[in-house]
Design a protein. Structure first.
Length: 336
């Protein structure tokens, strides 16, 4: 009977090849165990790379939608928070005006006027708020404030009412400054754009537009109502308590209506918030479904990978042991 054998050179090359293959398999399995992903996707998926490429594209697109909806929610929530604060301050001033106009007390009226001045500045600040580096109430002009600062606006109003000696005259001048097309508010007060910011794509064909700008009629009327009391703190109708009280009453009546309009603005923003939340829920569910499908095609079973690694360690150790024994053989040992 003949026995096939290998020469020393062939045995050396065979051993090296076997050792290299084992080390390559060890590296591959170690990578799969550490990353949780198969390294040779083509060998494990009979459909080729088309399905995987499609899932990867969908995941990237969904990631962009998730980021967009997160930014949209931040802007909408910050807008709602600003409007909530503005509404609360307007309601508080309205209560103060009702008490002040009922009292025949110049000190109380002046105190309310000073409070109105502070609230006017605070509301202007809220309307100039931003989120994520974008101005919220300036429409498409998101890179700057929506309004001039409170001191500038009040100074312009004091110029507009100069010479007015009646509450009706002051009230009309302030209304004209805020509401006349091409007037003081549009040329000096509002610094934003006439177009709204957006639309923000939310995925699944959905988009959202922030529905409030600082030049909306509701905002103008609110600012105008508060300004009618604010100018009293700057000396308007000075010395004429009856006319001051009359202006405070006009301001109070206008403010009551403006507060209701501000509540409607909050409702409009709330509708957008609800749409964004629905889009986020849909995007999250779709993203999870895509990730599950992607994992089914690309994930490496950690238990199977660990078992195969352990098997390869044993094979490599046996190879090294055999090689070590062979390297110690001599012709005398072989002949024995």
């Amino acid at each position: 009977m003949s026995i096939s054998t290998f020469g020393d050179m062939a045995s050396t090359f065979l051993t090296r090849r076997h050792s290299a293959q084992l080390r390559q398999d060890l590296t591959r399995l170690s990578t799969e165990l550490s990353t949780g992903r198969k390294t040779d996707l083509g060998a494990h998926n009979t459909g080729g790379f088309g399905a995987i490429a499609g899932l990867e594209h969908s995941l990237k697109l969904m990631s962009a939608h998730v980021q967009a909806t997160n930014e949209a929610r931040l802007m909408a929530d910050t807008t709602q928070a600003a409007l909530t604060t503005i509404n609360a301050q307007a309601q508080d001033l309205s209560s103060g005006l009702i008490a002040a106009r009922s009292a025949n007390n110049v000190t109380m009226l002046q105190t309310t006027a000073l409070d109105a001045e502070q609230k006017f500045a605070s509301i202007i600040s809220k309307l100039n708020a931003g989120a994520g580096g974008r101005s919220l109430f300036a429409g498409a002009a998101t890179d700057g404030p929506a309004l001039a600062d409170a001191d500038t606006i009040i100074a312009e109003l004091m110029t507009a009412i100069a010479g007015e000696v009646t509450a009706a005259g002051v009230s009309a001048a302030i209304d004209d400054w805020f509401n006349t097309p091409g007037g003081g508010f549009e040329t000096l007060g509002y610094l934003g754009a006439d177009e709204s910011y957006g639309p923000i794509r939310l995925g699944n064909g959905e988009s959202a537009t922030l529905p409030v700008r600082a030049n909306d009629p509701e905002v103008r009327n609110l600012l105008s109502a508060i300004a009618k009391t604010t100018v009293l703190a700057k000396g308007a109708l000075s010395g004429d308590l009856d006319q001051q009280k009359s202006l405070a009453e006009m301001s109070s009546n206008a403010l009551l209506s403006a507060v209701d309009d501000t509540t409607m603005l909050q409702a409009r923003v709330g509708t957008v918030e609800a749409r964004i939340e629905n889009a986020m829920a849909h995007n999250t569910a779709e993203q999870h479904a895509l990730e599950l499908s992607y994992n089914e095609l690309t994930a490496a079973d950690p238990f199977d990978t660990a078992a195969r690694l352990e098997e390869l360690y044993g094979q490599l150790e046996a190879l090294y042991t055999t090689t070590a024994h062979l390297s110690k053989l001599s012709f005398t040992d072989y002949m024995r």
